[in-house]
Design a protein around this ligand. Sequence first.
Ligand code: NDP
Ligand code: MG
Length: 391
Amino acid sequence: MHRVTILGATGSIGESTLDVVRRHPGRYSVHALSAHRQVDKLAAQCLEFRPERAVMGSAEAARELEGRLRAAGLKTVVEWGESALESIAADGPTDAVMAAIVGAAGLRPSLAAARAGKRVLLANKEALVMSGAIFMDAVREHRATLLPIDSEHNAIFQCLPADDPRCQGGVSRVLLTASGGPFRTRDPHTLHDVTPDQACAHPNWSMGRKISVDSATMMNKGLEVIEAHWLFGAPADRIEVLIHPQSIVHSMVAYTDGSVLAQLGNPDMRTPIAYGLAYPERIDSGVAPLDLVKAGSLVFEHPDFERFPCLALAFDALRAEGVAPAVLNAANEVAVEAFLQGAIRFTDIAHVVARVLELPAEGDAASLEGVLAADAGARRQAHKLLGAQPA
Ligand code: NDP
Ligand code: MG
């Protein structure tokens, strides 16, 4: 029996993870679950999966959850806050930790799982973007098993030789596919008018709102370029982004002999999640078999960096090294939240990120404290800029 902890259980990835776990009751049990605000959803998950520990984002939410669970006769220990998240991520009885909190809030708990030597199923790409060197060092030093859950990185991981996941032997390029999101063909002059709901209506994937907006700006692909750099040791000029609107080829690895290996499947996160849970074995994920005839033509195009300036900004940040990726991520989180709140336009997201990247950064990439200082500084700068934005 493998004991699984899910950080961000009430999110899109968290729910898909529980769906896979539910299909294998004799193989997986749930040790701990976390949510931020959604008490109802976490309570329902606790009643079904009966974890030993549960963590909420505030004392009030934790009290409410505890009340519900006690009334139902459950003994689950309920805690709240960041140190409780780190504690469940590193908990002795846990074998695998699904890191599926959205944004920088996931960094400390994801890192805690790596430092405890767990099998880390990493969906929280922002953690790696912010602190790639520190995170990968922790994985090596504490002999954690790091399995990428982001579908592209999971695909690349599957296409690399099992004994060489750091892209050393004969790899010429990593080819990251991108759907292009909902605005791939929309007239760029109308992009300033799009609403949060339009930006979140992804053509192929069903995801949380932050990553959906990131997909619409293609900042998501930019973050994934940086993620691929750290996971696979590939420099920026060996990572290529290809628009592939069908989202059937999840990414590819090109080798020096001319071979290109790809991983294909229906766009459903339960495939990479099941892969991460069972690795190196394969288990049923609930995903329908891929019907290639029905999928029809598979198309690939170069991305348009003018339409998607966030993608160019992410490549720049990767090349700039140091805390630039952490600054990019923090400014983007603030700008996306402001867009979702209706405070700025869609096209302002890229402007805010670009402006913050031009300013002198705080902190340094050598320590977690330095990275968190860069993150906090960039958030302050972004908020300052937003204060000056027309609502
Ligand atoms: P969701 O917004 O659907 O879920 C986020 C989860 O994190 C929820 O459980 C939420 O709790 C919790 N959470 C939110 N804010 C905080 C906080 N400040 N502290 C602690 N917990 C918090 O996101 P997704 O599931 O879509 O994405 C999760 C991560 O996985 C992201 O990093 C994303 O980039 C990555 N990812 C997602 C994919 C997808 O298909 N969805 C694909 C590839 C990567 P509550 O519900 O209570 O608010
Ligand atoms: Mg992805």
